[in-house]
Ligand binder design. Sequence first.
Ligand code: 5GP
Ligand code: MN
Length: 319
Amino acid sequence: MTVTAEQAAEVLRGADRILILTHLRPDGDTCGCAAALCLALRAAGKTAYLADNTEITARYRPMTDPLRAPEAFEPAFIAVVDSSNPERIAPSIAQWVPEIDLVIDHHEHNPNYGRYNLVRPDYAACAELIYEVICAMGVTITRAIGEAIYTGASSDTGSFRYSNATANTLRVAAACLDAGVDGGEINRRLFEVKSRARHAMEGYVFAHMRYTHGGAIGTAVIPYTVQQECGAGMDELESIAALPRQIEGVSVGLTLIEQKDGTIRVSVRTGGDLSAAEICRSLGGGGHLRAAGVTLHTTLERACEQVQTATEKYYCGKA
Ligand code: 5GP
Ligand code: MN
């Protein structure tokens, strides 16, 4: 059944021994939501932990590691945050998928795969929803909870710069600042400080950008060997998909990243009315209006053709 934030808070008030799941290729939103919810549940007297998602990168570990469930932990209630469907829950914790009690998410096509489902596609970040649930639980936003919520909200809005950031997003961020959060430092760590490997990756992306449609579509194609040469891991690849649209004239950014297993991770970023989610759904993936993705099982060059063809189909007529 679908629930409101108040009802979700009521469900959580009646639960205990809670395990919180995050999604694959975990980002600041899923990690921040999980940490904030876990801390709030503990403040409410509950036993709560984060499931041990082994994909969580060094960037977020200081926030999530102290809350990680011990191996012997036997949960009685499973909550999942920011995961649009059960297939997107990280493989290392997917054994809990059949037992999911509560889904808290902000993706449009969430199939409501929990016993209780709180889904708000109009929210830029799932962290906005977590904030509401925590407030409805009557738990005070401490600095630590605020840092986790701010991390989520900032991550999904590119430091509150993207057009998905609403007045509500900023109100939630303001509440975090009121709780003593150093927003400038969080944004600096999320968006400014980069490893040398990341700088090498960015250099490659800008030097090898492919332009079509008179420069309106920019495609970054990143072979696995290049990632190895740059020394880039998951952290360095996060949000690399934002780069094509940083180039003047590019309105659709396509980023194709060859994985170690040979599959191709595709990220689509759009502006205006052009739906990235529609483009990705036509290829078997999904996502939000302006940020979506899909995994393709083919060669890098074939994938590039498929994605460009799919994009052109939607692009023509809309631009
Ligand atoms: P990214 O390009 O950062 O990997 O993903 C952008 C957004 O698209 C994510 O927030 C997620 O909601 C969605 N997304 C990415 N990959 C997939 C996919 O394979 N399937 C679905 N349904 N959504 C995806
Ligand atoms: Mn999110």
